[in-house]
Design a protein around this ligand. Structure first.
Ligand SMILES: [Fe+2]
Length: 204
């Protein structure tokens, strides 16, 4: 059941809870488990195994009571837990705004990245506490946890923007973020799941 407020809203303050993990007052809470991310990781076998092996929570989204309706400006805190599936860092589903409007993400905790794709160009923004990532209109966006702790950020977005998750399934995100030797490794979206799957790699 939605706990969003009904317009017209009165001016209000919203405060961060312990660890910047919650909002007070708080609205809807969304939980995305591995089984909710079907078709998103390039290694489908590793994804299915993770679902069988406990179907972990990959990320949560805690919203303020400000509703997603025209002219309002909702906010939410997303927490992506650390991990990788087939070497691909845990991430959000990613979406495009059906009504192309901008959005800002403010890094709160942990180490993350913001992957943006406009259908032709892909961009990667390093994110962390105190970093504002700007998402221009028309760019699909996905967040990634590239650290060993939960990565948490605040999103502020126009209430009429909407969320088109199918756009990402149809068009991809241009790049994927994989666990590299020391840092994040960005590879083309269609690259094989691991080096051992690469048919051009010499057999050892
Ligand atoms: Fe968005």
């Amino acid at each position: 059941m939605s706990t969003s407020a009904t317009p017209p809203l009165s001016p209000l303050t919203i405060t961060f809870g312990p660890g910047n993990a919650t909002l007070e007052p708080q609205g809807q809470v969304l939980t995305r488990r591995m089984s909710d991310l079907e078709g998103l990781f390039v290694d489908g076998h590793a994804w299915r195994q993770a679902v069988v092996d406990g179907d972990p929570v990959v990320y949560t989204v805690v919203s303020s009571p400000v509703p997603e309706v025209p002219r309002e400006l909702p906010q939410s805190i997303t927490t992506i837990y650390p991990g990788d599936t087939g070497g691909e860092f845990w991430m959000t589903k990613g979406h495009q705004h059906p009504d192309p409007q901008g959005e800002i993400y403010l890094g709160l905790e942990g180490r993350g990245g913001l992957l943006l794709f406009d259908g032709e160009r892909a961009e990667w923004l390093d994110m962390g506490p105190g970093t504002i990532g700007y998402i221009p209109p028309g760019w699909a966006h996905r967040s990634v946890n590239v650290g060993d702790e939960p990565y948490r950020f605040l999103a502020v977005y126009p209430g009429s923007a909407g969320h088109d998750y199918g756009w990402v399934l149809a068009h991809g995100m241009g790049l994927r973020a994989r666990r590299g030797d020391a840092t994040v490794e960005l590879v083309p979206f269609g690259a094989p799941a691991s080096a051992s799957d690469n048919p051009t790699r010499p057999q050892e």
